[in-house]
Design a protein around this ligand. Structure first.
Ligand code: PRP
Ligand code: GUN
Length: 185
């Protein structure tokens, strides 16, 4: 086994489980119920933020009981590292959302640079309203805009580097069926 892959396996072996699969699934159910209550009549355009938003968005939208259009955008600032840098747009939204409600779905609200920039982008591009859903909100005092909260939040977590349910450790373990914190980070 390549040394790098052994390290990736060891990360899982030593990680702390913050939320089990059952706990995350229950949180996704709760978020879906809230969105069904608030957006069912708004005909939103839904954007998954790639890559991390993939699992949460995929699971969430199947629980939304109203017609919606689903697409993606790709903005990244961690680029498989464990600390963030400049936001880089890999793909801007292709579906027009001028004068429409938009729902942005992402995995994690950490410092908030990513979600803030996406919200700004959608507003400047003519969205009527921008709604945001994140699977998990990390609790600390380093938020880029302390007033920026996601409208729909599944879970919250302590200030550690986490992976699973779409979130990666060096590009791996987005597939982990639970949310884990890396030992020592
Ligand atoms: O709140 P912030 O500190 O801005 O961090 C949150 C963002 O970081 C992750 O994306 P990342 O840049 O790692 O790309 P990825 O989705 O491909 O993992 C995550 O998916 C969020 O989009
Ligand atoms: N995988 C992962 N991506 C992030 N992006 C911002 N914070 C995190 C984190 O804790 N884990």
């Amino acid at each position: 086994m390549p040394a790098e892959l052994a390290h990736i396996r060891q990360i899982m072996d030593e990680a702390d489980c913050l939320y089990t699969e059952a706990e995350v699934e229950a949180a996704i159910d709760r978020v879906a119920e809230k969105i069904n209550g608030e957006l069912a009549e708004r005909n939103p355009v839904v954007f998954c933020v790639m890559n991390g938003g993939l699992i949460f968005a995929g699971k969430l939208v199947t629980k939304l009981g109203f017609p919606l259009e689903l697409s993606y955008l790709h903005a990244t600032r961690y680029r498989n590292e464990t600390s963030g840098g400049e936001l880089f747009w890999k793909a801007k939204p292709e579906i027009s959302f001028i004068d429409r409600d938009v729902l942005i779905i992402d995995d994690i609200l950490d410092e908030g640079h990513t979600l803030g920039a996406i919200i700004d982008f959608c507003r400047h591009a003519g969205a009527a309203a921008v709604h945001t859903a994140v699977l998990i909100d990390k609790e600390h005092q380093r938020k880029a805009r302390p007033d920026l909260k996601a409208d729909f939040v599944g879970l919250s977590c302590i200030d550690r580097y986490i992976f699973g349910y779409g979130m990666d450790y060096k590009g791996y373990w987005r597939n982990a069926a639970g949310i884990y914190a890396v030992k020592g980070l």
